[in-house]
Design a protein around this ligand. Structure first.
Ligand SMILES: Nc1ncnc2c1ncn2[C@@H]1O[C@H](COP(=O)(O)OP(=O)(O)OP(=O)(O)O)[C@@H](O)[C@H]1O
Ligand SMILES: [Mg+2]
Length: 368
């Protein structure tokens, strides 16, 4: 009889130990709470990690919530005590260092021997919330892209007739007798025409850029894609650096020219942003294209500040940016790498603090 009892007690201890171990290794913060006093009876390792308190046993559970969420937590615990279980989809816990952690809680009443406690499993929602925010941002970007494509289409016609009218007025003015008035008119018209032509080029490039991709594989000239990107990035670059382009003889590569312009445009704008405005003569953005083995290689170098070692491993992550809101979304390099890998290419970076950064783009040559 005594032996039986001993075996039962040791079996119970073992099963309790197993239960504790499985609770402790869980990835969610788990609390056992007294349903009457609302004191914490036990908390697992993850709970200690989240709250930053090694031993929360004996603390009031409600204190783990920020003051503005305590009434909801109290009402939830009362509901669970009455119904035996319940879930709360979105509530904050106070974290180590004063931050708030959004969690969802699923709770159940557990009867244990003569006593009972509420078991609360708190799942971290911060990653899900971050992804939701990013999805909204990506949606917004694609809407802006569609709107921009429409506006560019609308701009094309008026720009064409502004240009045509300026050209025909130029012909009329050229036929007028020479004098100070006609000379001023001629200069004014020629400047206006130059402005209209450059606006048309920008609109044309942006329209090609905003065009949605069809999946058919094309071949294209890398140097054309670089030139288009250089024209589009000109406004970002011209107050910061002297641009040097050494575009070598490169056979056609596989892929879409517009996709590649997007890659080069982002690299050029990034290079411009790495250089403070003002010192155009001293700063350089250097673009080189060449063939290395069976690949076309483009190098975009800048004399900017370089990429700090803590940021370097993250630069290709979607939404990683060190730029202020409204300047960067952190999508440029992530999209670029995606575009390049889809066509069998790749992108690498070399950087030195205080000296500058070089991005190296590799592309497979199209079979000739
Ligand atoms: N040439 C560079 N010099 C220094 N830092 C750079 C350079 N290129 C990229 N970076 C760093 O990498 C980060 C990510 O670049 P990425 O192009 O992906 O996003 P972004 O430029 O911040 O925003 P977006 O391209 O979406 O407008 C930048 O915020 C910057 O910190
Ligand atoms: Mg960028």
């Amino acid at each position: 009889m005594r032996n039986d009892l001993r075996a039962t007690v040791s079996g119970l201890r073992e099963s309790e130990e197993r239960y504790r171990r499985s609770i402790d290794s869980a990835n969610d913060a788990i609390f056992a709470v007294d349903p009457v006093t609302l004191e914490i009876l036990h908390a697992n390792r993850k709970a200690a990690e989240v709250t930053g308190t090694a031993d929360v046993a004996g603390h009031p559970f409600l204190d783990l919530h920020p003051t503005d969420h305590r009434a909801r937590a109290r009402e939830f615990l009362a509901r669970v005590a009455a119904a035996g279980e319940g879930t709360l989809s979105d509530i904050d816990l106070c974290c180590h260092g004063g931050t708030r952690l959004p969690v969802s809680i699923s709770a159940s009443m557990i009867v244990h021997g003569a006593g009972r406690f509420v078991q609360l499993i708190c799942r971290d929602l911060s990653e899900r919330k971050r992804m939701e925010r990013e999805l909204v941002q990506a949606e917004k970007l694609s809407t802006v892209g569609v709107l921009a494509a429409g506006i560019l289409h609308e701009l094309n016609t008026p720009l064409a007739y502004v240009q045509a009218n300026l050209e025909s007025m130029g012909r009329v003015v050229r036929a007028l007798p020479k004098g100070p008035a006609t000379s001023a008119l001629r200069t004014g018209l020629s400047d206006a025409l130059e402005g209209a032509r450059s606006a048309s080029t920008i609109v044309r490039d942006l329209r090609i850029f905003a065009r949605s991709r069809d999946e058919a594989t094309e071949t294209f000239d890398v140097n054309d894609a670089v030139r288009m990107a250089l024209r589009m990035a000109q406004h970002e670059l011209k107050y910061r650096a002297t641009v040097m382009a050494e575009l070598g003889e490169v056979p056609h590569v596989l892929g879409q020219a517009t996709d590649l312009s997007q890659v080069f445009l982002n690299l050029l704008v990034n290079a411009a942003h790495a250089i403070p405005a003002g010192n155009v003569r001293q700063n350089r953005v250097h673009v080189v294209t060449e063939v290395v083995g069976d690949r076309a290689v483009a190098r975009i170098s800048d004399t900017g500040g370089g990429i700090p070692s803590e940021a370097l491993p993250r630069i290709f992550e979607p939404f990683f940016t060190t730029k202020p809101e409204g300047v960067g979304t952190g999508l440029g390099l992530a999209i670029s790498r995606d575009i390049l890998r889809r066509i069998g290419g790749d992108i690498r970076v070399e950087t030195k603090i205080g000296a500058g950064t070089t991005f190296i783009v590799e592309l497979p040559l199209a079979a000739s």
